[in-house]
Design a binder for this molecule. Sequence first.
Ligand code: ATP
Ligand code: MG
Length: 631
Amino acid sequence: MSLEEYRSFHRRSIEEPEAFWSEQAAAVDWNRRWDEVRDYSRPPFVRWFAGGETNLCHNAVDRHLQERGEQTALAYVSTETGERAEYTYRELYAEVNAFAAALRGLGVGKGERVIIYMPMMPEAIFAMLACVRLGAIHSVVFGGFAAHNLAKRIDDAKPKVLITADAGMRGGSVVRYKPLVDEALDASRHPPEKVVVCHRGIDEEMPVDEGRDLDYSGLRQEHAGEEIPAEWVESSHPSYILYTSGTTGPPKGVQRDTGGYAVALVSSMKHIFASEPGETMFTASDIGWVVGHSYIVYAPLMYGMTSIVYEGLPIRPDPGIWWKIVEDYGVNTMFTSPTAIRALRKQDPKYMREHNTSSLRNLFLAGEPLDEPTSRWASESLGVTVRDNYWQTETGWPILSSLLPGLEDEPVVPGSAGFAVYGYDLKLVHEESGEEVGPGERGVLAIKPPLPPGCMSTVWGDDKRFVDTYFSDFPGDELYSTFDWATRREDGRYFIMGRSDDVINVAGHRLGTREIEEAISDHPDVAEAAAVGVKDEYKGQVVAAYVVPKESAPAGEELEESIKEIVAQRIGRIARPEIVRFVGALPKTRSGKLLRRSIQALAEGRETGDLSTIEDPAALEEIKAATPQSR
Ligand code: ATP
Ligand code: MG
């Protein structure tokens, strides 16, 4: 019955999009109502709520002043500096206005770009909100990226101003930001005129360029008490540019609109994250990623929640820190990545039980495949429902979710990211013919355009790249490709199998990297694994597995043999890894995604390609060293 209920909810979103989305849009404040819910006169480009006027900052801050001015909007916890701070909506309003006034004084206006290159600190969020308040377009670049990555993003965005800090901290060590910024500006062709620096007092030796650099706290003081009216912008006015994680190649600059994004996010808080205004959300991610943009900043604030802003690692000062935060602030909804939970799973399980986490209803995880063992472990040790959800930087909010209206009592099936989210007309298609495949068959997950509200409008400054990248994969060019491979059960549940070009083909059998990795990580002595296909003269490809053993487990021939056996038993002899290598860490992007493509390149003795977003280059060296010389 309940599944039926959701099906008709979803069906209506596809068949009557105008009626459906204008109902959802009622939860957002508009200065002017739209002329058209959906303008699809220039496919595949779509404009949601065309002609409507709104502002993200007004929706995130101003409109709450009356009802929740004294409610905490942001609660900041840094286990790096030891700082804790809270800002009510009224205080947030004051901070954002002062900073908007300062930016306006620097010539930042509607449509102007501003780069934000900052650690996780409240000022970074003030800066984002100040930008959209003015109708300016922010581009947050993940703090800690190397200078040449920053320079590339500067040249792409051509910002008027760049906002940064003296330094960040990671695991107790100082990461200097300002010298990196100086280096990036020297290397860039379009350096901004002004740089605003938030001096946290971490780097006393911070270099200052007197003519160009401005002090954040000085500006704040100068403009304290000023009020800058929110600039009403047309619904499709760009709110921000954000780059994809760069797991598969050079990152793509995603351009987001304003009105569609606001509507999608606010509706998702209710329908997917099952939260209420006034409640507390803790998204343990970084504002440099899409999860941070949507679920640390815009969605919880627009919905009138308290959002926890966390700077630090999940295991410092000890692996119980997140659950302590849940207890201290009475967190109701939590969102993080499977990688973070896997890091906790390597630790003593006692940390999971030291704190009272009874306020927590759901733990949402997204960003990469959530393996069953990790999912089971988290839900058993925390006593909460673990909810996988699947999406992309491009979409800005979930494509698949197990929690949706009517599905509250549906059992969660571990391994499945859930059902098609309303608004998304999903097709599972054959990778070459583009024809739909049946239940249980594998296909590439595609979206029939127009993309729903919230999704990217285009690639920043490059409409052609948008069409060529996402809409040219299948004959007829009518579908948006996610480039992910999935299956769908008869009941509508989807299972993401991995990236469509990560498939391993052993003697004509197509194997998902994910299923092999999952079988291996189910081994009690294994913490993590990466499976890649390696060219083979006879079989086309064979499976190579790079495995991180648990700290207590001895890596050796015995473990190697039992890993090969567990795969053979679970999936079949054809999937049995030919090669198993033990390493201390797997190479990942800064956002925690496995760089499988680079591992595969090394395993085949090739170059690794674009590595601009790698977390720990040493992990790749280790893979290289572990790779058999004979190949
Ligand atoms: P790039 O596009 O630059 O190569 P990326 O695809 O890793 O990088 P993101 O937009 O951060 O950049 O990640 C989206 C991708 O992450 C999805 O396309 C999918 O491959 C993976 N992903 C996200 N959530 C899930 C999930 N719940 N289960 C499985 N995979 C997921
Ligand atoms: Mg991608």
